[in-house]
Design a protein. Structure first.
Length: 271
């Protein structure tokens, strides 16, 4: 091997090494955000209404028991992986923290990381009837974003299970013994999510809906509840996936590391 060939060989090796090191940072799972500083106070409770459809009553008894903890606010945090659009299977590691007034508003703060270091921040929210998606300095909003963020807000009520019974704006319509439509005010005059429950555990298997993927076209959208865990005596999803039906595979996975209820969220969601 002559000198030029050796130099070229070394150069190619260095380039490959740098590329591998660069991509390796996206395989590094970041630490979750630290626990929320305020802790859950004691709950007050309400009874499960006998007028609720059986699948919802079965779910609530499995998730929370015979009485419903009253949940006014929630803070949920953990880690996630988002798949970049395109042919390359690049998954972006994320840490996130969400603030909720269940059924009314939410704000999620996200940090995309590289070897655990934050290199891009984002937020998505639905506050005062307006949805937003912010990545870096780019802000996306409009009717399609509003609709998508409302669906996310309602689907993530699985983190506050009592509110699926106590939220008086929700109407339930049965499909069969394990499937229900959740209908809620929005979009002249309502929108909806379909819930499917496991026939044995009675816990939620998935939420599905038609959601705007582009500004003028709706696509099937699904939240899958993969695992469940107990937080503050309630069973909530501890891992979920999010899928666009036309893609066939999840583009995001969320892992829930911690939850606090009935704490002050006014710094994130103004009164």
């Amino acid at each position: 091997m002559n000198r030029l060939s050796k130099i070229l060989f070394i150069f190619i090796g260095v380039v490959i090494f740098v590329i591998l090191i660069g991509f390796g940072g996206f395989w590094y799972t970041p630490q979750s955000p630290p626990p929320h500083p305020a802790q859950t106070p004691g709950f007050s409770y309400k009874e499960i209404s006998p007028d609720l459809p059986r699948p919802i009553r079965n779910y609530l008894q499995s998730a929370v028991g015979d009485s419903l903890p009253v949940i006014e606010t929630a803070v949920v945090w953990g880690t996630a992986r988002f798949k970049l659009p395109g042919l390359l299977p690049i998954w972006m590691p994320v840490r996130w923290k969400s603030y909720y007034i269940p059924g009314k508003a939410f704000l999620r703060e996200m940090e995309i990381t590289w070897y655990g270091l934050t290199f891009l921040e984002g937020k998505d929210s639905y506050i005062d009837g307006t949805g937003k998606l912010i990545i870096g300095d780019e802000v996306t909003s409009g009717p399609g974003i509003d609709q998508g963020q409302v669906l996310a807000l309602r689907g993530e009520m699985a983190f506050t299970p009592s509110n699926l019974a106590l939220d008086t704006t929700i109407t339930w319509r049965a499909v069969d013994d394990t499937t229900m439509w959740m209908i809620f005010p929005f979009n002249e005059p309502s929108d909806s999510l379909q819930l499917t429950f496991n026939s044995e555990t009675h816990l939620i298997e998935n939420f599905t809906a038609q959601r705007y993927k582009e500004t003028d076209a709706m696509t099937g959208w699904r939240i899958e509840c993969i695992d469940w865990d107990e937080f503050h005596t309630m069973k909530i999803p501890s891992k979920i996936s999010v899928t666009w039906e036309d893609e066939g595979k999840p583009w995001a996975y969320f892992t829930i590391e911690g939850v606090e209820y009935n704490v002050d969220v006014s710094d994130a969601i103004p009164d």
